[in-house]
Design a protein around this ligand. Sequence first.
Ligand code: AMP
Length: 429
Amino acid sequence: MKILVIGGGGREHALAWKLKQSPEVDQMLCAPGNAGTAAIGENVPIKPNDLHALVRFARENRVDLTVVGPDDALAAGVVDLFRAQKLRIFGPIKSAARIESSKIFAKELMRAQKIPTAEANTFSDRNEAVRYCEQLKFPVVIKADGLALGKGVIIAPDAATARSTIDAMMNEGRFGDAGRCIVIEEFLRGSECSVHALVDGKNYRLLESARDHKRVFDGDLGPNTGGMGAFSPANNWNAELEDHLGKKIMRPLLRGLLEQGITFRGLLYPGLIINAAGARVLEFNCRFGDPETQAILPRMKSDLLPLLEATTDGQIDNYTIEWDTRAAVTVVLASGGYPDKYETGKAISGLDEVEKFDDVHIFHAGTRRSNGGIVTSGGRVLAVTALGSTIEAARARVYEAVSYIRFENCHYRRDIALAAVTDKIDISH
Ligand code: AMP
């Protein structure tokens, strides 16, 4: 089979790497890909938002299955366009992708189906939003309705910050159209967990749990990033929560979507907050997480290809997924300055040494080939994953591997998965 992966980050390298192991796959294409995907297949110079060029390419090159990485291509309707041309593609259609691309849509669905989530109100009028904030207990969470590159969520500690955030979103257009309407919601306390599910419209299969690290610096300090690391399994997840997830979140959600005539087929992952009351939904995502995917897929023993095909065909109920019981820890190496301004084009060394390590995988994100070597080309440059018999063992191994990799102004967190080793997670808040 000929497979096309849309996207060019660490998540897409991990997907392409895993799919390439399938005995069914003889050709792997990635649009636009990076230096890592170039080593296992062929990169195609088409941007993920150039939907018509992607469709044309898949048709002309007889691609058998396309797998979509990024959320914005899904929100723009890439799956609908492929389907209209009878091309097979893994991911939700545009109306189903709204579960991520509109926080208001997601909130209304959760409210209608009584899915546990933060109490919230939605606003399209600035004055009403400000008036509402005046009677709230702080902190509150203010969210732009639409996609805002992961930056559209602000935790406001007081009324003045709330007012300036509302103005920035609704009056000054800081997130463009994404912030014209907003959600204001209660701040939830607890620990976070990501659970990925392959959803075929009616049924689903969970992947192993994971947790990510969003802040740029150790100790969860500094601004939010796309994600600086992850580990799997999550140390705050258990069978009881899995049961709760099925009964209170996944089943009602799929029922609510079907009631609206929407069939969700693809990867759905709720971001959850866990405390003594159980799990509540912070958000729904409609695609694989980055960097959670880089921690989860090295633990998957099953062939990923038939699972994606079964999801697309509405047949996931016939499958079980086999897992490696070992833990995985993923550390992201970023360019100096990221998530703000950073330079690119820095030569990367040490990759060959790390390739020789057992149970360590290097997933490329912002990299490209240049004059026979590999140089940086983005904010998040590499995601390095190690497996180990425990989280502690995986942590030791990943940091040993990372110590070999060098590029100018490289920075990474030293405390990925540390809390999972040193803390007993307190879910009694
Ligand atoms: P979202 O894009 O909605 O997941 O929000 C991004 C991040 O903001 C989450 O991963 C949480 O860390 C935080 N967050 C979002 N909503 C809330 C909430 N209601 N209470 C506390 N933290 C939140």
